[in-house]
Ligand binder design. Structure first.
Ligand code: ZN
Length: 376
């Protein structure tokens, strides 16, 4: 059996230029790719037929920002924060200690558990960062473990400066032996450019070294306050500047002019009880916006893209259609991928079926498990 006709689709979201959303539609896939989309009544024959009974079908979510390689949890920190203590970047060190103490098998099992949970909620492409090892050995094994489940791996040795280490010495390590050990397992390089982590000059050095080693840059930018992260992302031609919570007009203009994708991570603002980024302002200015979970044990321990869509609609001024676009096609732009995050002819057949007649239900019925990948 090679070709499969998926039919009786009540609403099909493809992001095809001509036909982004179709009603009463069908789709044919073969060898893992979409080969036909159109009206149900005009569908060609195929070797097998799947009738989805009027359900909506969307592209699988592209989660373009996660930190899945870690051990331990920080529920006590979350509980304290909900009782009024502010979030500080230094909490990362708690997870670093637990991650270093874990075996490869434990870390791989944690990653597998989270990826399985993501897939069950409709995520079919995931980016995974290192950043809880902060030694040559622990960063390299984190990336090797992530590589077992995704091509989209990101070296984030410059997540936080380890205790008892000078910033300059640590940047030398990150851009020297650590980069050398990590580059073979990574596609991307990232840096936490933030007060309390890495300043603009250090971040520029880290990203430049990564680029020289063949990695493409992305930046954690403007999360906890105003800062140079977004401008640096534009300067180095980063694929994305993620967080973008505190932006001035020049930052927004830099995103527009450079084409850097703004990755918004509303699980963080939810989990840290902080003001959300202004997605409406970015979209109206012409910025490409991606939505991602930032799944990590400190500031956003959710692996649910539908939850992020609901937050984006309720709290960030996005329409349901914009939020779905950002969680699929926007994520693909963030990862510079054209084969995922859409269901146009030629794309990967990463179909997600909703237990609902429309994508609108993702935000309209928050917390309800509506999305599941079409098992082939
Ligand atoms: Zn992050």
């Amino acid at each position: 059996m090679t070709s499969v006709l998926v039919t009786n689709i009540g609403e099909l979201v493809t992001w095809d230029d001509e036909r982004p959303v179709l009603r009463d539609a069908a789709l044919v896939m073969e060898h893992g790719k979409v080969i036909w989309i159109g009206d149900r009544t005009q569908a060609p024959d195929a070797d097998a037929v799947r009738d989805v009974s009027g359900a909506a079908v969307i592209p699988g979510f592209v989660d373009s920002h996660t930190h899945l390689v870690f051990a331990g949890d920080r529920s006590a920190e979350f509980e304290a924060r909900m009782a009024g203590r502010p979030y500080e970047a230094g909490g990362i060190r708690t997870t670093v200690a637990a991650t270093r103490a874990a075996t490869d098998e434990q870390l791989a099992a944690n990653v597998a558990r989270h990826v399985t949970a993501m897939r069950a909620q409709g995520t079919t492409t995931v980016e995974i960062k290192s950043g809880y090892g902060l030694t040559v050995r622990d960063e390299a094994r984190s990336l090797a473990i992530a590589r077992q489940v995704t091509e989209e791996t990101t070296f984030l040795g410059a997540h936080v400066v380890p205790d008892d280490t000078e910033v300059a010495a640590y940047v030398d390590l990150v851009t020297g032996p650590m980069l050398e050990a990590c580059a073979p397992h990574a596609r991307w390089i990232d840096v936490f450019c933030e007060k309390g982590a890495f300043g603009a000059d250090e971040a520029r050095t880290v990203l430049g070294a990564g680029q020289a080693a063949g990695l493409q840059p992305r930046v954690h930018a403007n999360q906890l306050g105003p800062g140079p992260g977004v401008q640096l992302a534009a300067e180095v031609g980063a694929a994305s500047a993620d967080h973008c919570t505190h932006l001035d007009d020049a930052d927004v203009a830099a995103l527009v002019d450079s084409g850097v994708v703004a990755g918004l991570l509303p699980g963080v603002e939810f989990s840290t009880r902080s003001p959300y980024p202004d997605a409406r302002r970015l979209i109206d200015a012409g910025v490409t916006v991606a939505l991602a979970t930032d799944c990590n044990p400190g500031s956003s321990y959710t692996s649910s893209m539908p939850f992020c869509i609901a937050l984006a609609v309720r709290e960030m001024g996005m329409t349901p259609l914009e939020a779905l676009w950002s969680a699929t096609r926007g994520g693909a732009f963030s990862l510079r991928r054209d084969d995922v995050g859409n269901l146009a002819v030629g794309a990967k057949a990463d179909l997600v079926v909703l237990d609902a007649p429309s994508y609108v239900h993702l935000a309209y019925r928050p917390g309800v498990p509506l999305a599941s990948p079409l098992s082939s």
